[in-house]
Ligand binder design. Structure first.
Ligand code: GLC
Ligand code: CA
Length: 537
């Protein structure tokens, strides 16, 4: 491999929601064989790794985020052998595999929980968070994020157990050494198989206040009761960082592996995410900062502030990652809007994602500008949507099937898809965009190709030349004697932009524009992306 090149730092990661990617056997649910069939598509797109949302055995109360056997692949997704094939085939194409590890909780059907719940004398009695309660009531005011109290009474143990999410997702007790070692052993099992990294689910939730103090009141972004608490005592405990260090040690005992953490906060906080990187070498390799996903306003200044706040929060040896969408939030396309304008904005956002400093994460379908799906009440599958409809429609809209072609069900399945296929599938799909040189998909491909050629894009410094007030972003990426200038016009009007006094050659543009040289100024069209390179003489 290229010198100093680290796949998780300088490569591009693609997130797959396995249920919705590609169904190989017609049961309407995407599966591992389906992912294998699409590896050539991903290699052609040019990604360096894929992260799959959970594929372990699960009763699917939270669609895999409730694992009943960490060592097994759920039969819905395939066999253990299919997974081995996936690793082999992905590696053949230089694509790394990142598994989703859900460590805050297991399923209530996990053998560990069954044992723990069976009696207060069981050897695994303390593998979950149990409490006697106070006079028959839960010990504090903690709530489940998906509704109701966070405590569930067990008539057998005559105690309450804690669940930060559904009652079918009991929280593991990370204060228990045996539990920790059992988890680390499981992690080694996957690393031994050749898994390249893990995305760590709600990693800031692991430890809870040992005194079980109640949370105080807070203002939240929506009226969900859970978000109206200040989660002082059931998230972000300082000793979480000891666990991050242990996880890092386990991972680093294998070469070239990576941990990326989901750090949840209702108002995303770059400083909190950065905390989970420790000194940049001793905790997680990467952590998500979702601030831009929560940002509905389309303006260059907003995107500038996102980067500025993120970069300045990082520890000296820390490395950022950038993400515009995931399986829990409305898709980026839904923020950019429909039609031609939405498509042009998607191109600006794609260039932002792939040319700023940090590891880009692409959410499946983002590369074709997939929008949120329209889900009717009787089509809701997500427990969040079921609970909070209509004020919170849940997470099904961003989880609808990938749009592959003009065939039935957009080529996703020959059966009945588990969620409806987006209405505009005949116009927005991979097949159409593959054949259109001006499509978003082909724009992603050219950006990914350029990233591979230009070290400054993968590894270089990010040097902003403005702060976005004028509704465009102009920044340089530099590596040794290579220097790229990126211009993103967020505005719907043409602008005049002054360039640093150098000879700049245009490498790429989203408008019909000659690949000529510029030195004093340039006039980007509405929503135009221009990438230039400094003449080395
Ligand atoms: C994370 C996941 C989400 C899941 C929750 C509980 O936020 O991304 O999908 O429901 O954790 O595991
Ligand atoms: Ca299937």
């Amino acid at each position: 491999m290229k010198k100093n090149w680290l796949w998780w730092k300088h490569g591009v990661i693609y997130q797959i929601y396995p249920r919705s990617f590609y169904d190989s056997n017609g049961d309407g649910i995407g599966d591992i064989k389906g992912i294998i069939k699409k590896l050539d598509y991903l290699a052609d797109l040019g990604v360096d790794g894929i992260w799959t949302s959970p594929i372990n055995q699960s009763p699917m109360y939270d669609f895999g985020y409730d694992i009943s056997d960490y060592y097994k692949i759920d039969p819905l997704f395939g066999t253990d052998k299919d997974f081995d094939t996936l690793i082999k085939e992905a590696h053949k194409r230089n694509i790394r595999i990142i598994l989703d590890l859900v460590l805050n909780h297991s399923s209530h059907e996990h053998q560990w929980f069954k044992e723990s719940a069976s009696s207060p004398d069981n050897p695994k009695k303390d593998w979950y968070v149990w409490h006697d309660g106070i006079k028959g009531k839960p010990p504090n005011n903690w709530l489940g994020m998906f509704g109701g109290k966070a405590w569930e009474w067990s008539p057998i143990r005559r105690q309450f157990y804690l669940h930060s999410f559904l009652k079918e997702q009991p929280d593991l007790n990370w204060r228990n050494r045996e539990l920790r070692e059992a988890v680390y052993e499981m992690i080694r099992f996957w690393l031994d198989k050749g898994v390249d990294g893990f995305r760590l689910d709600v990693i800031n939730f692991l430890l809870k206040d040992p005194q079980f103090r109640s949370n105080s009141f807070a203002f939240g972004p929506n009226p969900r009761p859970y978000d109206l608490q200040n989660h002082l005592h059931d998230r972000n405990q300082p000793d979480n960082h000891d666990i991050m260090k242990e996880l890092r040690k386990v991972t680093d005992s294998y070469p070239d592996r990576m941990l990326v953490g989901e750090v949840y906060a209702p108002f995303p906080d770059p400083l909190l995410s950065a905390e989970y990187l420790g000194n940049g070498k001793d905790e997680l390799h990467l952590a998500f900062n979702f601030a831009i996903i929560h940002e509905k306003k389309w303006h260059a200044r907003v995107y500038y502030s996102y980067l500025h706040n993120w970069y300045k929060s990082l520890p000296k040896d820390g490395w950022p990652c950038i993400v515009l969408s995931n399986h829990d939030q409305s898709r980026s396309r839904a923020r950019f809007g429909p039609g031609k304008q939405g498509l042009l904005r998607s191109k600006v956002a794609a260039a932002f994602l792939l040319t700023v400093k940090g590891t880009p994460f692409i959410y499946y379908g983002e590369e074709i500008g997939m929008d949120d799906g329209k889900i009717k009440k009787d089509q809701i599958r997500d427990p969040v949507g079921k609970k909070y409809w209509p004020f919170n429609k849940g997470r099904d809209p961003e989880r609808t099937p990938m749009l592959w072609s003009g065939e039935k069900n957009a080529g996703f399945t020959c059966g009945v898809p588990w969620l409806p296929v987006n209405e505009d599938w005949e116009h927005t799909n991979v097949e159409i965009q593959n054949n259109d040189p001006l499509s978003l998909l082909n724009f992603y491909k050219s950006l990914l190709t350029l990233r591979k050629e230009k070290k400054s894009l993968m590894q270089g410094e990010w040097l902003p030349l403005n702060e976005g007030k004028e509704n465009y972003l102009l920044y340089e990426r530099k590596w040794e004697d290579e220097s790229l200038l990126i211009l993103l016009n967020f505005d719907k009007k043409e602008q005049k932009v002054t360039l640093p006094a150098q000879d700049w050659k245009i490498l790429l543009s989203t408008a019909k524009r000659e690949r000529t040289h510029h030195s004093a100024y340039i006039f980007p069209e509405a929503y135009e992306v221009i990438i230039m390179e400094k003449n080395k003489e």
